[in-house]
Ligand binder design. Structure first.
Ligand code: S3P
Length: 174
């Protein structure tokens, strides 16, 4: 079985995914890390040197490679992964794949992304927090219809990562 976490940048997919995998004694893979390792470059470098179209192509390829692995695994997607190409349909049509959307309020996403924007090529050039919030609001509006198509939606507000892992594990009956 593959448990796939999706959601906007900063929603905690990697942190929660790693912790969920430990809880379920499964392997964990972060799709961005996998892409980075494969390319021998950071995500920022891939965007800067090869461009966004190349990144989306490799992202779709790496997603399919990971899903084809025989082992059970928790996978954290990149924020854009389900939105591009046929990736969401591919996940929905592949057996033994369960998708879970980590849904966070815009104010929490804004705060978190303001603190970590340097490593995120889509927002690294935004230099004030109001502008960042506006960007997130519009971007999320475009993406949320895809995210909401996940098998499960987990609304994250003030829970600790441990509590969230518990909620997800229960949702998945694990
Ligand atoms: C992206 C999100 C990033 C990374 C890339 C593009 C996006 O992943 O894949 O910068 O389009 O939302 P995280 O959601 O892990 O930051």
């Amino acid at each position: 079985m593959k448990i796939v976490l999706l959601g906007y940048m900063g929603s905690g997919k990697s942190t929660i995914g790693a912790s969920l995998a430990r809880h379920l004694a499964m392997d964990f893979m972060d799709l961005d890390d996998y892409i980075s390792q494969r390319e021998g470059k950071s995500i920022n470098e891939i965007f800067a040197q090869r461009g966004v179209i190349y990144f989306r192509k490799i992202e779709a390829l790496c997603l399919r490679t990971l899903i084809a692995e025989p082992s059970d695994m928790v996978i954290a997607l990149g924020g854009g992964t389900p939105v591009y190409g046929d990736n969401m349909n591919f996940l929905k049509e592949t057996s033994k794949v369960t998708t879970c959307y980590l849904k966070l309020p815009i104010d929490i996403l804004t705060q978190r992304l303001w603190e970590s924007k340097a490593t995120r090529p889509l927002i690294s050039d935004i230099n004030n927090i109001e502008e960042l919030e506006e960007f997130i609001r519009k971007h999320l509006f475009e993406r949320v219809f895809v995210y909401q198509g996940a098998d499960h939606v987990v609304v994250s507000k003030n829970q600790s990562p441990k509590e969230l892992v518990q909620v997800i594990a229960e949702l998945l009956n694990q």
